[in-house]
Design a protein around this ligand. Structure first.
Ligand code: XMP
Length: 509
């Protein structure tokens, strides 16, 4: 495996993705990771990420410099390179001006990381400090017009530094450099596949759980379904899933899930019908954050009560993904900027005194989908768009009533059916409808109508951190609008949301 030390660059997840794209497993850790932990991980190489700080800033991130003496190859990128220089006895100084953007790289030695890189190539720079004096034993391997040390190495000790970002698209030959590091320098094998990951994870779960019981909160989304199937493969009936019907689900959701998971995959699921409790608690509530709090609170109560019926359960499984882990780690000490507080990490297990199992905690969403496919999860579960925990409650602006839920459910069902039939479902990160607290005048037949407005939201995204509104063809939008207005009683107007994230968010509430 490759260990990536997170010095806070916005690109560090990208480094991880690039390494994994080479079929090499990697993990991101904060700089506070200690030497014993690093040695225990047995990394074949270490990558020091970039970061926003200057090495001379108070409290700038630092990892134990003893990593340079482990005999493990190290690649420092941007701030990571400056840290290496500083720790190894060289000197870093403030540049007279920040360098940001494209730069022309001239390779001095077409060896090492640059063995198959063109002599002149474009790279992406983003730094305020430059290297003024190299540490002993290091040599300059590439320059740009503004950066005399754009790359350096000490091949004897297998230490490398790149002042630019090889992981971003804007460095077209960056992958070649990363591949040379992984395969020539570190000697990694291309062995990371979903099948091997599944095999290892299943045996790990078996080993951890032994003869004990595991509980899993199943939402029906891809993450919890893959988690369920993996654990089921490991321990079969020792796993019990709990599915809470909160009354805020899409049309026939619970029934469809029962069909797919219980009937086809033989996973044991307890369905809890708690619609009444949720709707009662939400009565008269319009504020989005209040809705979320109430739903979270009632969910905990319902889930705990149901889980309490499962005697001797010792573990709680969750489908937490890697971006959430990185974000929450960062919130508690790592330097990556905290973007949103996360709902999956923490909370339940502490209250319920259960030990946590999170088999997906090192995977990205697209990897979870590949894993799901590799272990035989049906396509319609693997390819589900994300659906928020508070469900339709945050897509009904204003008060939630049974009547409004019924309207939105019907609209949502027609919308998804149209999107699927047009071949857009998998291309979109999410597509859904929002019921507005507004009425508008319309005319149907010879009648004046005064009815609800719904908004269609369709976005493309890689990870939900940013998203763009989807450029759906007008013909498809026209078809969706026609069907919705004609078939759903109570709706006489459809609008399309053309906001991106940021500054908008994906959900309206
Ligand atoms: P936003 O609206 O913040 O959403 O751009 C980003 C992603 O998170 C989902 N989302 C939620 N998921 N509980 C959840 O489980 C929530 O309260 C929640 N709010 C938003 C949203 O659907 C999108 O995928």
């Amino acid at each position: 495996m490759i260990l990536i030390i997170d010095f806070g660059s916005q690109y560090n997840q990208l480094i991880a993705r690039r390494v994994r794209a080479c079929r090499v497993y990697c993990q991101i850790e904060p700089p506070s990771v200690n030497l014993d932990q690093i040695v225990a991980m047995q990394p074949e190489g270490i990558i020091l990420s970039g970061g926003p700080a200057s090495i001379y800033d108070d409290g700038s991130a630092k990892v134990d410099p003893a990593i340079f003496s482990l005999g493990v190859p190290v690649l420092g990128i941007c701030y990571g390179m400056q840290f290496m220089v500083h720790a190894m006895g060289g000197r870093v100084v403030r540049a007279s001006r920040r360098e940001y953007g494209f730069a022309q790289l001239t390779v001095k030695r077409r060896r090492g990381l640059f063995a198959d890189v063109d002599k002149h190539t474009t790279v992406w720079m983003s730094h305020g400090d430059v290297i003024d004096r190299l540490p002993p034993d290091f040599a300059v391997t590439a320059v740009t017009p503004n950066t005399p040390v754009a790359a350096m190495s000490c091949s004897r000790r297998k230490l490398f530094g790149l002042q630019f970002h090889p992981e971003v698209h804007h460095t077209p030959q960056g992958m070649k450099m990363l591949r040379r590091f992984l395969f020539d320098v570190c000697g990694c094998k291309r062995s990371w596949t979903m099948k091997s990951f599944a095999r290892d994870t299943v045996s790990e779960i078996r080993h951890t759980v032994g003869g004990k019981k595991v509980i899993l909160g199943l939402s029906g989304g891809v993450d919890s379904s893959v988690t369920a199937l993996l654990i089921h493969r490991a321990i079969g009936k020792q796993l019990t899933c709990i599915f809470v019907d909160n009354g805020l689900l899409r049309l026939d959701e619970a029934a469809k899930l029962r069909e797919r998971l219980t009937r086809h995959l033989d996973i044991r699921i307890r369905f809890v019908r708690a619609q009444g409790r949720f709707l009662k608690a939400l009565k008269g509530v319009s504020d989005p954050e209040k809705k979320r709090k109430i739903i979270g609170h009632v969910f905990m109560q319902v889930f705990e009560a149901e889980a309490g019926k499962i005697k001797d359960a010792e573990f709680l499984a969750q489908g937490t993904l890697y971006p959430d882990v990185i974000e929450s780690v960062s919130a508690f000490g790592g330097p990556t900027a905290m973007i949103k507080s996360h709902h999956n990490v923490g909370g339940l297990p502490k209250r319920m005194k259960l030990k946590l199992i999170e088999p997906l905690r090192y995977l990205f969403k697209d990897e979870v989908r590949k894993l799901g496919a590799a272990i035989g999860l049906p396509d319609e579960l693997v390819w589900r768009q994300p659906f928020p925990g508070p469900g339709l409650a945050i897509r009904i602006i204003g008060e939630i009533t049974r009547r409004r839920l019924a309207v939105l459910r019907q609209v949502d069902d027609l919308l998804l059916d149209g999107i699927r039939k047009a071949g857009y479902y998998r291309k979109l990160w999410q597509s859904f409808a929002v019921l507005l607290p507004l009425k508008s005048v319309g005319v149907m037949g010879d009648q004046r109508t005064y009815e609800n407005i719904v908004a269609i939201r369709a976005v493309t995204s890689k990870d939900a951190m940013t998203a763009d509104w989807a450029r759906l063809p007008h013909k498809l939008l026209a078809h969706l609008s026609n069907r919705i207005i004609n078939e759903v009683r109570g709706v006489n107007r459809v609008v399309y949301d053309i906001s991106s994230k940021p500054p908008g968010t994906i959900e309206w509430e």
